[in-house]
Design a protein around this ligand. Sequence first.
Ligand SMILES: NC(=O)c1ccc[n+]([C@@H]2O[C@H](COP(=O)([O-])OP(=O)(O)OC[C@H]3O[C@@H](n4cnc5c(N)ncnc54)[C@H](O)[C@@H]3O)[C@@H](O)[C@H]2O)c1
Length: 275
Amino acid sequence: MTTKVVVLGGCGFIGRNLVTHLLDVGKYSITIVDNLSVGAPFVSDAKMIVGDIRTITQLDADVVINCAAQCGVQQSMQDPKKDMETNVGGIVNLLQLSVKHTVKRFIQLSSFAVLTNRSFYGLSKQVGELYCQMFSKIFGIETVVLRLSNVYGPYSEHKSSVIAKWVRQRKQGQPISVWGDGTQTRDFVFVGDVVETIEKAIATPLPKKHMVLPVCTGVDTMVQTVADSISNKQVVTNELPVGDGNCVVVDPLVTRELLGVGLHSLVCEKVMELI
Ligand SMILES: NC(=O)c1ccc[n+]([C@@H]2O[C@H](COP(=O)([O-])OP(=O)(O)OC[C@H]3O[C@@H](n4cnc5c(N)ncnc54)[C@H](O)[C@@H]3O)[C@@H](O)[C@H]2O)c1
């Protein structure tokens, strides 16, 4: 039988890559729900509903995948209330609806930002994780939190993350802007590896009803190394923005073992495919 999957935020960077991948796999009937605050609709065989995760009232799904979020670290520092309303209020609404409509599994995309405690974004994503845990404990719904490191790849033109910004600047013929001394690190993970992991999380049996799994490479790369591979025309700004710094290195072994995925694309090689 076809599995009914609802992808919230399916018009965004990861959501669009995910929907495209799931349609290619061909085993799923897909509905996208997105409020189009960031993402834009695209032509596909998925059903498209314009809706907001804070206010929707229906979820007809076997599996729910929540890619919708307020994703900006800097925006969260400027407007913590708005960040909380989407990243906490929105997820609580989705979890409540998932219980009401007997959704089998709820997959939440979280972030490595929960590990560094540097921003309101990290805080709201952490609270979202805790709501998944509590809903699973109280109502028995399966919740899988996929904690992503720094994702890059196609359809990320609108993002403010470093690789997306540098690829955009290089395509526009501008020098790329490097913050700080370039020694700050990221665990860059390719979106193709991320969406394969999400697909495996749809149906793979897991040892517990609530799981938190890292989605990363386990390799920290200095941003300067990636900057040099994109362009030698660079402008350096001395100060790091609030909320920035080195990444935390996490071993993705548990995710590899439980979901049987690779997560190993080489960052500089894949980045050149985007230019
Ligand atoms: N891109 C990364 O490097 C990265 C890293 C770690 C975690 N994540 C997480 O992955 C998820 C997807 O990130 P992304 O990079 O694709 O972001 P994105 O901003 O490209 O996509 C988010 C999508 O959600 C939609 N959206 C926002 N608020 C909404 C709301 N209230 N109701 C309905 N739709 C709404 C937007 O229109 C957009 O299409 C987020 O939860 C993010 O926190 C992303």
